[in-house]
Write a protein that binds this ligand. Structure first.
Ligand code: ADP
Length: 252
């Protein structure tokens, strides 16, 4: 995309030439297009749970629900509201990552501690599916933003539980490799088809929407991981096989 500016130049009131400026605005156009797409997606994602909440509350208010069915309908409202809270939370995190707040300074972060605290918060959902965690950490300290690093580890481990099978395993390892720190989260879950592997880092992209709907999630987790990794100059690698599992590494 190019933007063209042209201005005539006069000398003694006679047209003697022109100044022409041609600007390459491709990057700006691409950014604007992404932003427009994001806004459309956000509006759609917000509208779905809101419509459900509004509809359910309406029939309850009209007295159309039998007393014994009230908990069921209240639960629909609760779940959709929870979905909205998660969605708004993730949108805020993503937009913060795009314009990182300069007040949030980088500091030395003990990654082993981050991994431990994340695994602790996932104990309950993991236990519900009889999933066991294996944690292998070396002492790794990196310069980064604690909240973002926590978010990266959390989203990867959360997915490793969510997309795992009953009695599956999640292995989280933290290793020093030359001058770098490698975080790897590996699961024995459903895996990701080859043709979808690049797309899962896109905003709101979810493999098999109908199936993912039951699993729950915003479709923003891996976008947060991608932006968070980029913010720390880290690279991401992914290996996955359908029916076998997924391994994602972040190389800081
Ligand atoms: P979500 O909130 O849907 O989990 P993410 O951005 O974290 O959003 O992931 C995007 C999609 O990538 C998921 O909906 C799922 O289809 C797929 N995915 C992510 N992690 C895994 C994994 N460990 N195993 C299988 N599929 C995964």
């Amino acid at each position: 995309y190019y933007q063209l500016f042209a201005n005539p130049v006069f000398q003694d009131e006679v047209l003697s030439g022109a100044i022409v400026v041609i600007m390459d605005v491709t990057e700006k156009e691409q950014r604007d297009a992404l932003r427009r797409e994001f806004t459309t997606n956000v509006s759609h994602e917000l509208k779905t749970p809101l419509t459900s909440i509004s509809g359910t509350a309406e029939i309850m208010g009209n007295g159309l629900v039998k007393q014994e069915d009230v908990p069921h309908f209240a639960n629909i409202i609760y779940k959709e509201a929870q979905r909205l809270i998660a969605l708004v939370g993730d949108i805020i995190k993503l937009s913060k990552l795009e314009e990182p707040d300069m007040t949030e300074q980088k500091e030395m972060v003990n990654m082993a501690e981050v991994v431990e605290s994340v695994v602790e918060t996932l104990e309950v959902p993991a236990a519900k599916k009889n999933i066991s965690f294996l944690v292998k950490t070396e002492d790794c300290v990196i310069l980064g933003i604690p909240s973002i690093l926590n978010e990266i580890v959390y989203n990867l481990c959360d997915n490793a539980v969510k997309y795992n099978v009953e009695k599956g395993k999640v292995t989280v390892s933290l290793k020093k490799k030359e001058k770098r720190t490698v975080l790897t989260v590996e699961d024995t879950g459903i895996g990701i088809p080859r043709e979808e592997q690049e797309r899962i880092f896109e905003r709101f992209y979810r493999v098999d929407k109908s199936h993912s709907k039951d699993i729950g999630g915003t479709g923003l987790g891996l976008s947060i991981v991608k932006h968070g990794a980029a913010y720390h100059n880290a690279e991401i690698t992914l290996e996955s096989e359908v029916g076998k599992g997924t391994k994602i590494s972040i190389i800081f």
